[in-house]
Design a protein around this ligand. Sequence first.
Ligand SMILES: Nc1ncnc2c1ncn2[C@@H]1O[C@H](COP(=O)(O)OP(=O)(O)OP(=O)(O)O)[C@@H](O)[C@H]1O
Length: 267
Amino acid sequence: MTATGTASALSLHDVSAGYGAEPVVAHVSLEARRSRWLAIVGPNGAGKSTVLKAVANLVPSQGTVMLDGTDTATLPRKELARRVGYAPQNPALPERLTVTDYVLLGRAPHLGALARESAADVSIVEDALARLDLHELAGRRLGTLSGGEAQRAVLARVLVQRTPLLLLDEPTTGLDIGHAQTLLERLDQLRREDGTTVVTTLHDLTVAAQYADELVLLDRGGVVATGPPSQVLTTERLRTHYAADVDVLTTAAGSPVVVPVRPTDGR
Ligand SMILES: Nc1ncnc2c1ncn2[C@@H]1O[C@H](COP(=O)(O)OP(=O)(O)OP(=O)(O)O)[C@@H](O)[C@H]1O
């Protein structure tokens, strides 16, 4: 298989994970092919974030998680951080750290035990700050940023990790439409040019359909549909799993557009 072919970058087989005695996701199997974009969608509480955390080894899990054919259970933490970049939905941020110092932390998996960042590390950070429109905020403390600015700092930190797999939990949360588009296009560029595999959770199903090659629909901790967006996003499915009234339109390019429809029965 070629680097941009259909090889599996990430596969989950029969994974169950959770926070206590009972798993909140159970028997999840899915696959993200190298250099493709997989979007995990589903209603609130379905278990999307938990699946990402299971891959990042942040919650106890059972089953098998394979990265490029290697079982993650065998990977030391630093090696996992060189392979997987994970951006959580609501990270706790060190308020007093500047944006630059925080983003530099993303280079840590590539440094030796006592090594300081090199000029190359600083240059990678400056590039990420510029791409995410953070250069003017580089010296600001995280505690002084707006929600969308802080979200962009979190994403910059994960991008400088330069991992072959990105796991991004609701990456566009808090971003205005322009910054969201810039970010999504940047991710797509990494996918196309560097062969990065992108796995995101996304609530905006139209955006998910625009960018993802494949969707996995989760509900109540299990996979209920998998496939290309045009197959997964049907009016019936969205009613069943989201209790939503929607029309699913199709663009000239064949991409589904999910439009909420107001109930006419006075609900
Ligand atoms: N730290 C935690 N401790 C206990 N239960 C948790 C914890 N985090 C999440 N849960 C529960 O696990 C289930 C799945 O949560 P998860 O965050 O994975 O859902 P999600 O699909 O990402 O939801 P959302 O769309 O609302 O972000 C939910 O019932 C949630 O209440």
